[in-house]
Design a binder for this molecule. Sequence first.
Ligand code: UDP
Ligand code: MG
Length: 332
Amino acid sequence: MTDLAVIVPVYDEVQSIEQFHNELLTVLGTLGLVWRVLYVDDGSCDGSSDVLERLASLDGHISVIELSRNFGKEAAITAGLDFTDSDAVVIMDADLQHPPEMIVEFVKHWRNGTDVVFARRRNRYIESVLKRVGSRLFYKILRYSSDVDIPEDVGDFRLMSRRAVEAVRKLRERHRFMKGLFAWIGFEQKYVEYDCVSRSAGHSKWGLGQLMNFALDGVTSFSIRPLRISSIFGAVIAILSFFYGSWIIIKTLVFGDPVPGFPSLMVVILFLGGIQLLALGLIGEYIGRTFGESKRRPIYVVKDIKNPADLLIEPQLSHPNQNDAAREGQSG
Ligand code: UDP
Ligand code: MG
């Protein structure tokens, strides 16, 4: 039985993976726990796979799950969570931005009975001003619009107890906004602060486009408030135009029909056109999400597992509802 499993999603990290591995193992050795490191190879094509394979062949505590292609960090983390069967799980990045020493603090809190311990960045100075302002704004909108309390300046670096992992495992949605999912499960959550450092090597896989997608995903997967706001906005405009229309009719009847106001007409048409397109796009966003979920595709596909000892070999890969249906079929 493993006490602590460390899940590390890896996508093209050949420059940092070995240094990361050594630092991680040094820390794990001091904990006095039975540990396992689970690398999830998210379709790397820069030689990371060979390095991971070698690490696994040298040490039985190292497992590697190889995905069939690049599915994204969220899917890789999900794969890791699906396969672990330990009392606690730590999730961390392989680029040395998450200091392994923090695990010691995590474990302390966990031993005191906390189910979720997450790391919180004390500073964001290494990021550009644009990224910082954007992220502030994003969190403002997210916190306003969503129903769960999603903490700011928090990444995926965290420890979760077995029951917290089991709760996350039940959330099988395809658009995986992990911060939101981790907040959604509840439980007692504590945080430990750390100083954010630059990537040791390579580059972040997050461009501006991905960040914008991420922000949109975050807001739309955790609330339908944007839809509600546009309905309210539509209603307000409809009421205002009713009064404005009545006023125009009365004015025309009483004072006759002077030269009509072309500019004001244009402004109103353009304004309403814009609002309508925005609202349509918003509806489309939610429909697209429904479409994606309705296909019920698996979140990832596993190609190979190295050192599967202690792992859950048949994890819950399928949709929970399908499982329920299958179980009902058996019993009935
Ligand atoms: N990662 C992954 N799949 C991806 C992109 C990233 O498994 O498609 C891994 C990557 O190898 C690293 C972690 O996720 O271990 C964080 O990635 P990155 O540093 O690009 O994200 P950031 O730190 O900028 O949030
Ligand atoms: Mg990083």
